[in-house]
Design a protein around this ligand. Structure first.
Ligand code: SF4
Ligand code: SF4
Length: 180
């Protein structure tokens, strides 16, 4: 199973992945024309800043204490993890979200009614509202590509594709390193 893995130490926050994602989902074939589209093409990935938590001890530390001595600032790309048991799929009332045989959580726009149940259910905040279409936007793993556009655009290997043998599809590093 393919997964996108984030290397927290390598992200510069340059947003090349965001631009590449928006371009990939635009109607136009080149960046210049895509930038002129109305509404503007939108990225499914978002660069965030947060506090880095490395282990369970840090996670449980009282907030004041963790602010003083534990945290290290991190920049990272927030994106859908295509969870092995996706809560967004369970929450979707219309069947607009489903997991395909490759493990990708797919959104079928024509079935979406914009109720936002999936947004509330996703523990990672990985789903966006699209004000223009009034439905959601989420990562589709750039269907039809082996390497997603965000991965291709990242010049520091902060976002990479890895093959995961574990049928759970969970990367240990993700559980430990990413920030809620
Ligand atoms: S949208 Fe959230 S819950 Fe759904 S698969 Fe992605 S990360 Fe998991
Ligand atoms: S917003 Fe769309 S995809 Fe999300 S739960 Fe509602 S119908 Fe399903």
């Amino acid at each position: 199973m393919k997964k996108i893995k984030i290397n927290l130490d390598k992200c510069l926050g340059c947003k090349a992945c965001e631009i590449a994602c928006a371009r990939e989902h635009a109607s136009s074939e080149n960046l210049a024309d895509a930038a002129k589209e109305n509404p503007k093409p939108k990225s499914r990935i978002k660069i965030q800043r947060g506090i880095r938590i490395r282990n369970e001890e840090e996670r449980r530390a009282p907030f004041g204490e963790s602010k003083k001595k534990l945290p290290k600032k991190a920049v990272y790309a927030l994106r859908c993890r295509h969870c092995s048991s996706p809560r967004c799929v369970d929450a979707c009332i219309t069947g607009a979200l489903r997991k395909d045989k490759e493990g990708v959580v797919i959104h079928e726009a024509d079935k979406c009614v914009g109720c936002w149940m999936c947004i509330m259910a996703c523990p990672y905040g990985a789903i966006k509202r699209d004000p223009a279409s009034k439905i959601i936007l989420k990562c589709d793993f750039c269907l039809g590509r082996y390497t997603p556009a965000c991965v291709e655009a990242c010049k520091t290997d902060a976002i990479v594709v890895v093959e995961v043998d574990d049928s759970s599809g969970i990367l240990v590093e993700e559980v430990v390193e990413e920030i809620g």
